[in-house]
Design a protein around this ligand. Structure first.
Ligand SMILES: *[C@@H]1O[C@H](CO)[C@@H](O)[C@H](O)[C@H]1NC(C)=O
Ligand SMILES: *[C@@H]1O[C@H](CO)[C@@H](O)[C@H](O)[C@H]1NC(C)=O
Ligand SMILES: *[C@@H]1O[C@H](CO)[C@@H](O)[C@H](O)[C@H]1NC(C)=O
Ligand SMILES: *[C@@H]1O[C@H](CO)[C@@H](O)[C@H](O)[C@H]1NC(C)=O
Ligand SMILES: *[C@@H]1O[C@H](CO)[C@@H](O)[C@H](O)[C@H]1NC(C)=O
Length: 376
């Protein structure tokens, strides 16, 4: 029931989009992406029935839009989206929506979390280095991200907002790591979308392309490309703002926000926060995937991916370093996590070139761990 309603809604949204006004400008990215600069008031979010009367909020003054560095491939074109527009990646026959929760079978995690979490969380910040993990199958993905959630799976009331970097060939049609965002207000049950593919997130930046490829990536023993994700609740205006920064950029750039209209439980504060890696193992022919998480190296190797500078806001707008960080992995033979400090950890795997056998131990650990994890 919920599924078909969701699909109907998506179809309507897609129809509405097609009827939208043409882009103000179109920019060709060297990687083949076509980027349309569309009027900020014509953006996909306004196809959402709950946002019909929503007007784009002014970005808070303390969050400037001044990052002029070229950290996304499309920036190499040199042409920028004009004021009053936002960049949107044009989809060509790619999949708009993803099926509901049953599609989360085979997801594996190596993450940091807080247990017990503080009673009220008003935001989080994390710095992750960006890699180019190998993804074996188009329908598998590999990502590094931040989760903020409220509500529970019971009655499908979990609300979640998520952001980070991801390689996902089936939806992006290539193997580049891309900036991505995600949200659900029903515990992932209805069909859902990454980025701006379903209406919801309201973008305000004309400089950052959601689902735009990130380049260059980190190198072993060389320069690190660090993606900073910061999400927080605006003190005056309510919504959950998203800011990002790339290593060599000067300041956090605001990208946009998730309006509170979308949520049932993320309306005042978040109840849980997690950071780290996730992959999909399709287990084709009964063999564990060779898809990599992070840099493709397990923690313990200095080439492993990391998350650092973990912060949370326990009151509105006041960020502080995380204390008492916990870490855990669902299948540590393949993808593990190692705490460095209360604000940093390494994650990822498996060792490149190593065909690790899924041992009975790992299966047992996996089953035991699963109880601990909120997210599939
Ligand atoms: C930038 O995009 C325009 C289309 O808007 C295209 O004509 C031009 O060739 C592109 N330039 C580069 C350097 O990719
Ligand atoms: C939008 O405004 C109209 C007219 O005031 C009202 O009838 C409608 O219920 C509103 N829709 C939402 C989703 O708030
Ligand atoms: C940031 O990195 C990109 C890609 O290497 C480079 O083109 C740009 O000039 C750098 N910016 C600064 C401020 O170092
Ligand atoms: C992968 O497939 C094998 C053989 O069918 C099965 O024994 C194993 O449980 C599967 N593993 C996962 C994680 O699905
Ligand atoms: C992490 O935080 C806890 C609780 O504040 C503290 O007891 C512990 O010493 C800290 N650990 C490290 C490695 O700093």
């Amino acid at each position: 029931m919920e599924m078909s309603m969701g699909f109907l809604f998506l179809v309507l949204a897609v129809v509405a989009r097609t009827a939208a006004t043409p882009p103000v400008l179109t920019i060709m990215s060297p990687d083949g992406d076509i980027v349309d600069c569309i009027n900020i008031n014509d953006q996909p979010a306004f196809d959402h029935p709950l946002l019909r009367n929503h007007t784009v909020l002014e970005a808070p003054a303390y969050l400037p839009d001044i990052d002029d560095t070229n950290w996304q491939v499309w920036h190499e074109n040199g042409t920028k989206c004009p004021k009053g527009t936002i960049p949107v990646r044009r989809l060509s026959g790619t999949i708009g929506s993803q099926p509901g929760r049953e599609a989360t079978l085979g997801h594996e995690y190596a993450i940091g979390f807080l247990n017990p979490p503080p009673p009220k969380i008003y935001g989080t910040k994390a710095v992750m280095n960006v890699w180019h993990p190998k993804v074996e199958r188009a329908k598998e993905f590999s990502l590094g991200q931040v989760w903020l959630t409220a509500g529970s799976y019971e009655n499908n009331e979990l609300n979640s907002i998520e952001a980070g970097w991801q390689v996902y060939p089936e939806i992006y049609m290539d193997y580049q790591p891309r900036l991505f965002i995600f949200w659900t207000a029903d515990a992932y049950t209805s069909p859902k979308c990454y980025n701006l593919r379903c209406p919801g997130f309201i973008q305000t930046s004309r400089k950052v392309l959601i689902e735009g490829a990130i380049s260059p990536q980190s190198t072993f023993g060389g320069s690190q490309t660090e993606l900073t994700i910061q999400i927080w609740k605006d003190p005056n205006l309510g919504p959950w703002w998203l800011g990002v920064r790339l290593s060599n950029g000067s300041d956090l750039t605001r990208i946009g926000y998730w309006p509170l209209e979308l949520f049932t439980s993320l309306t005042d504060h978040a109840e849980n926060v997690q950071w780290g890696g996730e992959i999909v193992n399709l287990n084709v022919s009964g063999r564990h995937t060779s898809t990599q998480m992070g840099s493709g190296f397990l923690p313990g190797n200095d080439k492993a991916a990391y998350v650092r500078d973990l912060q949370i806001a326990l009151s509105i707008g006041k960020f502080q370093a995380v204390s008492d960080l916990k870490v855990g992995a669902t299948n540590p033979t393949y993808y593990n996590v190692e705490k460095y400090s209360n604000t940093s950890f390494a994650y990822g795997g498996p060792e490149r070139g190593d065909a690790v056998q899924l041992s009975l131990d790992a299966v047992l650990v996996c089953i035991c761990c699963f109880g601990l994890f909120l997210f599939f």
